[in-house]
Design a binder for this molecule. Structure first.
Ligand code: ADP
Length: 540
């Protein structure tokens, strides 16, 4: 058969040819809603590639982007990859010093940024000498008045580029995208995706029982392009010609609701905190979302109460998904298998709360610390290991090599169970696991149940030192606005739902829980703040 190289710019060519007039709608960084289509994106991507080529960039160069989900950001990706350069997504939620570290580590040659981030870019510019070209993703009229070497507006940058530029030729194993993990411990580590892995990942994610996006869908990826590739959406939506709605800088409940309604979005993707914001907005306003059929939730564990509210109250089907930067990012999806479809709702919900089973293309197992595979009985916890054509085989520049073994398995750093049906449940990140009396307690499970209390908005469980048991769980919770919940009431709510020895020794109420740049609960910060907490019951 033919050796047809899997190159990502072939995706936008396909979309232009077969779905050219299908809309891509963006809430722009400048403010207004702007409309374009796949044909225009493909044409402008070639102009972008041509402009980069003329400016002297080429194969293997890292070109950074610091941008929201917008059509222009998509064009930069296709343009960069079309000359064999590498789009390097920067997460604006990281600290400026961390961003400078990442740019220097990658030795980025150019930086494309949204005007929202002009101040941030100006701040880090003196620390990133490898960047020789700055491009603001806007037109000349909105060019920010800041001093940067070689600063130009995107529209001017691509204006001279040829719309019929011929994509460069190279192997499918060529580097294509670069994304750093947020590095809650140690420095961030880079994952370098290839053209082949990005195309295969989009095909894997596109399976019917995975994301299964179809032409008739209108998709809103709230999950950002700067974190884990917007879960393949910039590549997968153009495959089928689904209409894309890109939220730009506004991710609050009100703005997302407006886009979902006005653009008649059928499917949306995001982390739990995004849906938390949307649900709070819906509750406050009494609005509903009749067009929205399906929501994909991942990046952190999706609380049971959230799935139930979205499904039962609003009629939106929820798919819980798990993945990580190192997996491009898709790993598993909590799609119900045929044998569970007739179960009563509560039991179906049990399965939907799990992180789910992998699509074809992702292998998965759990092992003990000596790398012996553990049974798939749904009870035993182990280190979750994965491999596949869109899983990293090492980090950029060879760091963190101990996470990869000689058989190609990558240790995810997550602790999980797998049941006999293949459903995986994350119990913790290895570094967050609570070890009490030599046994593991799942912080995620306790958090999940606590968040089911009608007065609780968010909950996190950490281990605090204990003289007898080594560690005991401490529950940290945020009350919903106006709710009156006491420590005793919350503990009572947990009683009977978890093993007795999993019961938190104490509850602390806080105004808010800190989150990382990728929307996860920042347990390191909580451990710093509450690590010395003395539980009222701990003395017993
Ligand atoms: P970062 O490490 O940069 O914050 P990643 O998105 O790569 O960003 O993080 C991946 C981790 O997020 C996983 O290893 C896992 O611990 C957690 N995670 C992702 N999805 C889920 C989920 N559905 N349930 C529980 N944890 C999840």
């Amino acid at each position: 058969m033919q050796d047809w190289p899997l190159l990502v710019h072939k995706i936008i060519d396909h979309a232009a040819l077969y779905h050219g007039q299908r809309e891509v709608v963006t809430r722009s960084a400048e403010g207004p809603i702007v409309r374009t289509d796949y044909a225009a994106i493909a044409r402008r991507s070639r102009q972008m590639a041509s402009a980069l080529d003329r400016a002297g960039f080429g194969l293997g160069d890292r070109i950074a982007t610091l941008g929201w989900n917008t059509a222009r950001h998509m064009e930069t990706w296709y343009g960069i990859t079309g000359i064999g350069a590498i789009y390097h997504t920067l997460n604006p939620r990281l600290f400026p010093d961390q961003l400078a570290y990442i740019v220097n580590h990658a030795e980025d040659a150019a930086l494309f940024f949204d005007i929202t981030f002009a101040g941030l870019v100006e701040q880090i510019a003196p620390k990133i000498p490898s960047v020789r070209q700055y491009v603001a993703l806007t037109d000349r009229a909105h060019l920010p008045a800041i001093h940067l070497p070689n600063l130009v507006a995107y529209e001017d940058f691509i204006a001279g580029g040829a719309p019929d530029f011929a994509w460069k030729e190279f192997d499918e194993q060529t580097g294509c995208g670069l994304c750093y993990t947020s590095g809650t411990t140690g420095n961030p580590k880079g994952v370098l995706y290839s053209h082949r892995s990005n195309v295969l990942h989009a095909l894997i994610a596109g399976q019917g029982d995975a994301l299964g996006v179809r032409n008739a869908d209108t998709v809103l990826p709230v999950v950002p392009m700067f974190h884990a590739n917007a879960w393949a959406m910039a590549f997968m939506a153009p495959f089928s010609g689904a209409k894309l709605v890109l939220p730009g800088p506004k991710l609050d409940g009100d703005s997302i609701c407006e886009l979902l309604t006005n653009e008649q979005v059928t499917m949306a993707l995001g982390v739990p905190t995004v849906w938390l914001g949307l649900l709070q907005y819906l509750e406050k306003t009494g609005k509903t979302l009749p067009d929205l059929k399906r929501v994909l939730v991942g990046g952190s564990a999706c609380p049971r109460s959230m799935i139930e509210t979205l499904e039962r109250k609003y009629g939106i089907e929820v798919t819980h998904a798990w993945g990580m930067t190192e997996m491009s990012p898709l790993g598993t999806l909590g799609i119900l298998k045929a044998e569970f479809l007739q179960l009563p709702y509560e039991q179906r919900l049990d399965y939907k709360c799990k992180q789910g089973h992998p699509p074809f293309g992702v292998e998965m197992k759990i092992t003990d610390d000596e790398n012996r595979e553990l049974p798939r009985d749904g009870k035993v916890f182990g280190r979750l290991k994965v491999r596949g054509p869109s899983v990293a085989k090492g980090y950029f520049r060879g760091e963190g090599a101990d996470a990869f073994d000689s058989e190609g398995w990558f240790d995810t750093g997550d602790v999980a169970t797998i049941d006999r049906h293949g459903y995986m449940t994350i119990t913790d990140r290895a570094k967050d696991v609570i070890k009490s009396g030599g046994e593991w307690i799942s912080s995620i499970e306790i958090e999940n149940i606590a968040m089911g209390h009608p007065g609780i908005a968010e909950a996190a469980v950490i281990g605090i030192p204990h003289p007898k048991w080594d560690e005991r769980p401490l529950l940290i919770a945020v009350r919903k606005a106006g709710a009156v919940v006491t420590r005793e009431e919350l503990l009572q709510f947990l009683a009977g739902k978890i093993a007795k020895w999993w019961m938190p020794d104490d509850v602390v109420f806080v105004e808010q829980i800190p989150h990382t740049g990728t929307g996860k609960v920042q347990k390191t910060a909580l451990r710093e703040q509450f690590g010395k907490h003395i539980a009222r019951a701990a003395a017993e």
